[in-house]
Write a protein that binds this ligand. Sequence first.
Ligand code: GSH
Length: 227
Amino acid sequence: MAKDMSLLWFSGSPPCLRVMIALEEKNLQGYEQKLLSYEKGEHRTQEVRDVNPRCQLPVLTHGDNIINESYAVCLYLEAQFKSQGTQLIPDGPAQQALMYQRMFEGVTLTEKIADVIYYQLKIPEGERHDSAVKRHREALTTELKLWEGYLEKMGAGSYLAGKNFSLADVVIFPCFACCFRFGLSAKNYPKLADYYGLLKERPSVEASWTTNWQTSPPWGKDKLKDL
Ligand SMILES: N[C@@H](CCC(=O)N[C@@H](CS)C(=O)NCC(=O)O)C(=O)O
């Protein structure tokens, strides 16, 4: 059970999903939750600014500790609750090296996904260019093929950094969940699709799977269909 812990989150947000999966894996159910609406701008308040000057979610509060970066939250939870729930950092140096490597490659993956999915949201109308859209889509395709190759090399039923589920999966799975939510083709990325299917059945993911993950917004349904 989670004591003295609260989470500000959005439904359908990959960084928020990371934190929720980590909390479940560490058996930290029962924390206080506040679900905010991105569409209604509920994150642009003084209450949120006080815990994150960038007004971004997730924000986890544990006692007097406030953490508003999803990677930092995941590492913090594993460090504080090391012997509770799933061990999320493997023991051996080689396994740790691969785990941290994949985990932080997720930063690049996240950026490339955002460049494609949120281009219209991030770039004002007069500043958009078809050439930039094309370039971002090509860069994301190359990136996703790289991950497809990683999974192929790991073998069927494997996780991103080995035979056991780890922090690499906690942080990367939401990126792929986002891709499939926005129409990525399972046919074009069969290993990513298998991995997505494997993790979707994990109890920590099922417990964190909220309505927004079941549908895509009308503007985004086919966004990644042709990659
Ligand atoms: N680096 C942050 C990024 C968090 C982030 O981008 N959150 C988005 C939701 S997915 C957000 O709060 N966006 C609201 C905004 O930027 O106004 C993390 O990993 O926690």
